[in-house]
Each structure stands twice: as structure tokens, then as C-alpha cells.
Design a protein around this ligand. Structure first.
Ligand code: C2E
Ligand code: MG
Ligand code: MG
Length: 565
């Protein structure tokens, strides 16, 4: 059905003639049989059987009205009510003109009057009907997303704009609905189930839109766009989707995120409206208290600010506006704590905006992949600094750099790092790699493989932000790591909250069992330090000892320490 008509010469289509009178069947069949394969039925019931068996094959039905058992009207009603069959065009064979209106409302595409007139006219009508229907089906299939039967993205924008045009005064909303961690549904329950989930969401959106002016499409795998007349409360949509999903599976706990740009400004391009809605939607990441976020003035300012950061980034790299700070890690196992390593942390000295912390710019760079450029830059800076220290002073302390998830997809990562080491006369033990725990939770196999390769090449891997909430304890037994860095959130409360303390103790015990050393991050006060030391934690990083420092200050601190020994 989806073949475009251009190749009509090659394909012999099927025509079904449903007619109780033998003579009429024969006459029609003879007129058409040279160009078409003809199927015959002697009444509506037989016709229906043939249609059901050959639905995808039949290009047009020629249908008599007055027939025994099941007449033409009855058959048309049945076909009209059937989603799969209603698209087959019907030409009604009729002697009386007065039933035409009824036939048209039942979906007839055309009429052929009895007694039959010129064969050329009949052939032309049949051909024209098939042509029109195939063109329509062709467009239909391109404009629809196969899985959910919502619009495809390209057509969606076009129709959304049409909706604006026909409703110049209507207040409208651009809405994005995203399923958090959808990839996990596919990974855990399989792709088929994942598809079902998306279908259910598509159905619910259609239901939500019924009776409203509006339309929807599926954009990427797990993201839906809705453009509709302004609606006050989208909580209803969340509940409808949650309700339908819990019917599909009781054990499924998916979290929806909805971003709304309400009462859009008409001057803003359709694509931009949805990118604003997405911006709002993204603010819900990791926020488990809210499902819906609105795009407002504050967000607009923020998004303009982010755009600016993205725009300024390349120049900033060229001009070395990014600088690396070093935060010491202290070994506290013995009598006197000493610096055993450091973490390289990036800062942006923006010429106009002043010093910017990584938590401000990193999330944007992570989202669009730019982070990789920055990471490469930082690694290079660190390697050069380490090379210089090694040559010019006694500082040979290992430094850890942060590695983003996206870096791990780069097949040449080892080579890049090895080249850096070689160029600066360093070995693998001097450059430690911190990989955040959350990087381990998606595309698990690929990430594990990449990390394994790094370790085989002699690099040591520190799992950063451990316990920040993404993975189960189970990852520790399966994931390749050499050191655990306990997330700041654990340490923050150990001196005042028994539960936090017990949790840290538990993780320390487990790490000991697995023979993986633990670094405690974010240690700020003596009480936290004391607890950690008692528990046998050997390495500590935090303001208690030192904030991240510019390279020269770090070098001084390190050399002071050595002198005191
Ligand atoms: P992280 O890797 O977990 O780094 C530790 C963060 O905790 C640093 O924040 C550090 O300044 C802060 N911190 C250290 N001690 C304390 C403390 O006692 N109290 C408190 N409240 N905070 C402490 P920073 O430098 O703002 O970095 C934030 C995050 O940005 C880092 O978390 C890391 O994920 C990322 N990051 C920093 N530099 C880079 C980089 O060059 N590349 C990549 N990919 N990520 C980086
Ligand atoms: Mg880190
Ligand atoms: Mg960390």
C-alpha cells in the first residue's frame, strides 16, 4: 500500500468486485482484467471475508448496494469502523442517484453508474481512485511515527504552524514530555516492552488531546512534543500516563518530566518554543519533588546566559581562560597526614563575567558534548604541569583528572592519554582518572569495556561521587574500579546523623572486603575527620585540609609538607 504510484506500470494491483448479479460481475471484470487482478464476491458477507484475508493487497473495492445476505451499506459500515480496513477506497456501483449522499458519508470514494457506460471511463475512474488513495497513504505513512501513530517531527512543526494560522487569537502551549531513564526500561524489560510503554504514552496523549485543539508527535525515542490550546494544569496528563502505565505493569515505576512553555509568544519560532520547553524540562533532572516545570523569565535569562557560555567556549579554550586548580588529597593513616595526591578541578576566568565555577558551565557542556574539548584541555594542562614539576622540582605527586562519560566513547582515548604522558615524560601512575558513578549506569557494557581497556593500559580508576544515588551497591562487584570516592553528601552529616555514619561504615566495610581503598570527599570539620579516621578511612580530600588551589600555591603547600618531614 505504501508504494508510490509512479511505478504503476510494474505492479498489477488487485481489484475486488462485490456484486450479486453474474452479468454485471462479468462485464466489469472483463473491462478491468487486462490491467488488474480481479477478485470476485457475490454478496457483502463473502466480500468481507475476502477483504479481511487480503486487506493489504486490495487496491480498490467495487461495491454493489443491493445484495442478499449483507448489502453494500452494511459492508461499508463495517469497513468504516475498522482501523485497518477503512483506508481501502470504495467505488459504489449504483443504479439510483439518491443513495449517493449516504454512500459518501460511509466513505465511498466514487460512483460508477449502472448500466455501465464506456469502458475507458470506468478504467479511468478506477485508476484515479487508486492513485488518490495511494498518494494519501504515502503521505500518511511519512507524516506518522510508526510506533505511536502520532505525527513525525517534520510534519508536526508544519501542522503546528498551520494550527497557529487558522487560530490567530488562540493562546497555545508548547509541551515536552520525557521519560526519565527510559533506556533502563529497554535494558531491563527488553525492547518490545519499551515499545509498549511508548505506545501507551502515545495513546494517553491522544486521549488527553481529544476535544482540545492540538496535536502531538514523538521526537526522539522517549520524548513527546505536544502543541495545544492553553491548558492550566498538566498534572492531569501526568496522572493519566501514570495510571495507564501502572495498568501495563505494576512493577514499573517510571518518572515523567514535563516542560511547558505556556502561552507562547507568536514571534518565537516553533522550533525555539520547543527548545524553551525542553530547557524547562531539563531543569527537572534529578529533581524528584516535581514533575512539571514551566519556562519563565528567570529561565529565559538563564538560557540566554547558557547560550553565551557555549558561544564563548572556543575562544576561552584558545585564550586559556580555563585554569586548573589542585585540591590536595591527604593520607591520614599514619601519625602525620601528608599529601599523597591531588585532584585537578577546572575554573573559568571569564574576562567579562569573572570567575565561574564548574557547576555553572559543566552541565551545559555535558549536554551538548562540548565537555570533551574542555576535558582534553584540562588533561593537557595537568600533564604539562606535572612534567614541569617533575623536571624543575621534586614534585612527583600523582594527580587525578575528571573523565566525562562522553570521553569514554572515544576509541582513541588511551592513545590520547598515552601520548600526553609520553610528551611530558610521565607514567600512567601519575595521572589518575576519576569517573563519576553515574557514567557507569547507562550503556553499561560499553562503558565497562572502555574502563577495562584503560586499566589494562596501566591507568588507575577512581569512581567519583560514589553513593550519589544512581547505582546499586551491586555495581561495585561488577565494575572495574581501583578506588572509591565517597560522595560529599555522605560525609556532610556523619558527625550529626547516626544513619549517615552507619552508612559510611557499611560502605567502608564493603570496600575493605573488596580490597578497594576509599577516599572521603568534602571533609570540612574536625568532627568529620575524626569519625573517618576512626573508621579506618585512609585518604581525605576537603576544605578541612585545603580548598582547591592554583598550581603555584599547591606546589608551595606540597613542598612545605615535605620539608617538615
Ligand atoms: P568532583 O569531581 O566530585 O569534585 C569535588 C568537588 O567538591 C569540587 O567542586 C571541590 O571544590 C568540592 N569540594 C572539595 N572539598 C570540599 C568541601 O570540603 N566542601 C565542599 N562543600 N566542597 C568541597 P568543584 O571544583 O566546584 O567541581 C565540581 C564538579 O565539577 C566536580 O566534582 C567534577 O564533577 C566537575 N569538574 C571539575 N573540574 C572538572 C574537569 O576538568 N572536567 C570534568 N569533566 N569535570 C570537572
Ligand atoms: Mg572528581
Ligand atoms: Mg567527587
Amino acid at each position: 500500500m505504501q508504494t508510490k504510484f509512479n511505478d504503476k506500470k510494474k505492479i498489477r494491483r488487485f481489484v475486488l468486485i462485490v456484486e450479486d448479479e453474474f452479468i454485471n460481475r462479468e462485464v466489469l471484470g472483463n473491462i478491468l482484467k487486462e490491467e488488474y487482478n480481479i477478485l470476485y464476491a457475490v454478496n457483502g458477507r463473502e466480500g468481507l471475508e475476502i477483504i479481511r484475508e487480503n486487506a493489504s493487497m486490495i487496491s480498490v473495492i467495487l461495491l454493489d448496494i443491493m445484495m442478499p445476505e449483507m448489502n453494500g451499506f452494511e459492508l461499508m459500515e463495517i469497513l468504516q469502523a475498522d482501523e485497518k480496513l477503512k483506508h481501502i477506497p470504495i467505488i459504489v456501483l449504483t443504479a439510483e442517484g439518491d443513495s449517493e449522499v449516504k454512500c459518501l458519508t460511509l466513505g465511498a470514494a466514487d460512483f460508477i453508474k449502472k448500466p455501465y457506460g464506456l469502458p475507458e471511463v470506468i478504467r479511468a475512474r478506477v485508476m484515479r481512485t487508486i492513485e488518490l488513495s495511494e498518494d494519501r497513504n504515502f503521505i500518511y505513512s511519512a507524516e506518522r511515527d510508526e510506533l505511536t501513530n502520532l505525527y513525525s517531527q517534520a510534519f508536526f512543526y508544519e501542522y503546528a504552524e498551520m494550527m497557529d494560522k487558522y487560530n490567530p487569537e488562540l493562546k497555545t502551549d508548547a509541551v515536552i514530555l520525557n521519560v526519565e531513564h527510559f533506556h533502563l526500561v529497554n535494558e531491563i524489560h527488553g525492547r518490545n516492552f519499551g515499545d509498549q510503554v511508548l505506545q501507551v504514552i502515545g495513546d494517553v496523549i491522544r486521549e488527553f488531546l481529544s476535544g482540545k485543539e492540538g496535536l502531538a508527535c514523538r521526537s526522539e525515542a522517549d520524548t513527546f512534543f505536544i502543541y495545544l490550546e492553553h491548558h492550566e494544569n498538566y498534572e492531569e496528563l501526568v496522572q493519566m500516563v501514570n495510571g495507564a502505565l501502572s495498568e501495563l505493569s505494576k512493577s514499573l515505576h517510571l518518572r515523567l518530566r514535563i516542560g511547558v512553555y505556556a502561552k507562547v509568544e507568536r514571534e518565537i519560532l516553533m522550533e525555539q518554543r520547543f527548545s524553551d520547553a525542553r530547557f524547562a524540562c531539563n531543569t527537572l533532572r534529578g529533581n524528584y519533588m516535581r514533575d512539571i516545570a514551566y519556562y519563565d523569565m528567570a529561565l529565559r535569562d538563564r538560557s540566554i546566559f547558557m547560550e553565551r557560555l557555549i558561544g564563548d567556549m572556543h575562544e576561552a579554550l584558545e585564550q586559556k581562560q580555563f585554569c586548573v586548580y589542585y585540591q590536595p588529597k591527604y593520607n591520614i593513616a599514619g601519625e602525620e597526614p601528608f599529601i599523597c595526591s591531588a585532584e585537578a578541578l577546572v575554573r573559568w576566568k571569564h574576562p567579562k563575567l569573572g570567575m565561574i565555577k564548574p557547576e555553572v558551565f559543566l552541565p551545559v557542556f555535558e549536554e551538548n558534548g562540548l565537555i570533551s574539548y574542555l576535558d582534553h584541555y584540562v588533561w593537557r594542562e595537568v600533564a604539562e604541569q606535572l612534567g614541569k614539576w617533575k623536571k624543575e622540582s621534586d614534585i612527583t605527586v600523582p594527580v587525578s583528572v575528571n573523565v566525562s562519560r562522553i570521553d569514554l566513547y572515544d576509541r582513541d582515548l588511551d592513545e590520547f592519554l598515552n601520548d600526553l604522558l609520553e610528551e611530558n615524560g610521565l607514567t600512567q601512575e601519575q595521572l589518575l582518572l576519576e569517573i563519576t558513578e553515574s557514567a557507569y549506569t547507562s550503556d553499561t557494557d560499553q562503558i565497562t569495556e572502555a574502563v577495562e581497556t584503560l586499566r589494562e593500559n596501566g591507568f588507575r580508576i577512581e569512581m567519583d561521587d560514589f553513593g550519589s544515588g544512581y547505582s546499586t551497591l551491586n555495581v561495585l562487584t561488577t565494575m572495574p574500579v581501583d578506588v572509591l570516592k565517597l560522595d560529599i553528601s555522605f560525609i556532610r552529616h556523619i558527625h550529626e546523623d547516626q544513619k549517615a555514619l552507619r552508612m559510611v561504615k557499611l560502605i567502608m566495610d564493603m570496600a575493605e572486603f573488596l580490597e578497594v581503598p576509599v577516599i572521603a570527599e568534602g571533609v570540612e570539620i574536625a568532627a568529620q575527620y575524626d569519625y573517618l579516621k576512626q573508621m579506618g578511612c585512609e585518604i581525605i580530600q576537603g576544605y578541612y585540609f585545603s580548598k582547591p588551589l592554583p598550581a603555584e600555591e599547591f606546589a608551595e603547600l606540597y613542598l612545605d609538607g615535605i620539608e617538615q618531614e
